[in-house]
Ligand binder design. Structure first.
Ligand SMILES: Cc1ncc(COP(=O)(O)O)c(C=O)c1O
Length: 364
């Protein structure tokens, strides 16, 4: 980080590589791994993560949107797979750059095939089957006519068939087992080299074969999707991200002083308040107001008052620090899963909403 950074994110390359190695050893040779780097690599910086893992034995990288794949194409020659959505107008660019595309129904397949024919290059596609999440994908009962259509499309190269679990991180695996069985049944009708359904939680809790590719997101970043996943205890994960800022102002306030918008907090006794130059516009969630904490000089300091757009106040108690002192917003002592509880959300949201405008630095 530089002295001019107001707030910044440090990402441990060693942690990323170690987490990747943990999953690789756990899967043995049963599956290829495709790191999921959508949403700026879950907030970790997609360029930094792709550069770090590109020389490991990753199959390729998964993103949600076509724009993300186009942005990352110059950084890797490996496959880039768009999982969620692409804009028809971008198809010629995507196909020319060998970006692999989700297709989910006949009109999506048709659009890809027509664009491919127009530029005289096959489109590489993965067929998404909806086995119970009810997001993008064809339902199993609509599969047969779509497959018939696909068989006749010489401008489409069907590289994969995939699905996504709705709740493989929850305590009960009942629905996930059903989804897995339905997917295997549906995928057996499809002739495609890559078959994939597992995410972090499922890859640790359900058997991988007969699928052969795992789309690995949160676990790669060293975070657990849920307590049930952590209990599976199959890999040792190291959180890769630390989010920091520096104290902007320190001031003593008398008993009874109200803090922040709407005066939702009043100090009971005289204390010292630190003002931090970060807010919900940066992704520091407003739900942290009066119920979360940061770490300053190893101490846990509570957030007091409302988190505002650009500033947050914390109570330093009787041990003031000087302006400029480093603050850990997320990291050791303020782990993503702890913040997720305090912010009434999930770790995925805590990390992925940290503004992409904040600089990301590679740490050891
Ligand atoms: C389609 C798809 N596959 C894989 C993943 C990765 O999931 P996880 O981060 O739990 O490993 C996601 C994440 O939301 C996803 O949407």
């Amino acid at each position: 980080m530089t002295k001019s950074d107001r707030t910044w994110v440090e990402v441990s390359r060693r942690a990323l590589l170690s987490n990747f190695g943990q999953f690789q050893r756990f899967f043995h040779s049963q599956a290829l791994i495709a790191p999921v780097v959508k949403a700026n690599a879950y907030g970790h910086g997609n360029g930094l993560v792709v550069k770090t893992l590109n020389h490991s034995q990753v199959w390729g990288f998964c993103v949600a949107y076509d724009s993300e794949a186009i942005e990352l194409r110059p950084l890797t020659d490996k496959p880039l797979l768009v999982l969620s959505a692409w804009q028809p107008i971008n198809l010629p660019t995507l196909i020319r750059r060998r970006i692999q595309l989700v297709i989910w129904d006949r009109s999506a397949a048709q659009a890809a095939a027509q664009a491919a024919q127009r530029i005289n290059r096959q489109a590489i596609v993965h067929l998404k089957i909806d086995t119970g999440t009810s997001r993008i994908g064809t339902r199993p009962e609509a599969l047969a006519p779509l497959l018939n259509y696909l068989k006749r499309q010489r401008w489409l190269h069907l590289e994969g068939v995939f699905s996504h679990y709705a709740d493989s991180e929850s305590n009960s695996l009942r629905l996930a087992r059903q989804q897995r069985a339905d997917f295997i049944q549906a995928a057996s009708q499809v002739s495609a080299p890559l078959v994939h359904i597992a995410c972090t939680a499922a890859s640790l809790r359900l058997p991988i074969p007969p699928t052969n590719l795992v789309r690995l997101g949160l676990g790669l970043y060293g975070l657990w999707p849920s307590p049930a996943t952590r209990r599976a205890d199959r890999v040792r994960l190291k959180p890769a991200m630390t989010w920091k800022t520096r104290v902007l102002q320190v001031k003593s306030v008398p008993a009874g002083t109200a803090i922040g918008y709407d005066r939702t907090y009043r100090v009971r006794r005289a204390t010292t308040i630190a003002v931090l130059p970060v807010g919900y516009a940066d992704g520091y969630d407003r739900r942290a107001s009066n119920r979360s904490h940061v770490i300053i000089s190893g101490r846990r300091c509570p957030i007091v008052g409302r988190v505002s757009m650009n500033l947050v106040m914390v109570d330093l108690g009787r041990r003031p620090v000087s302006a400029g002192t480093e603050v850990t917003l997320l990291g050791r002592g303020a782990e993503a899963d702890v913040l997720a509880r305090e912010w009434s959300t999930i770790g995925y949201e805590v990390v992925s909403r940290i503004s992409p405008n904040i600089p990301r630095y590679a740490a050891a």
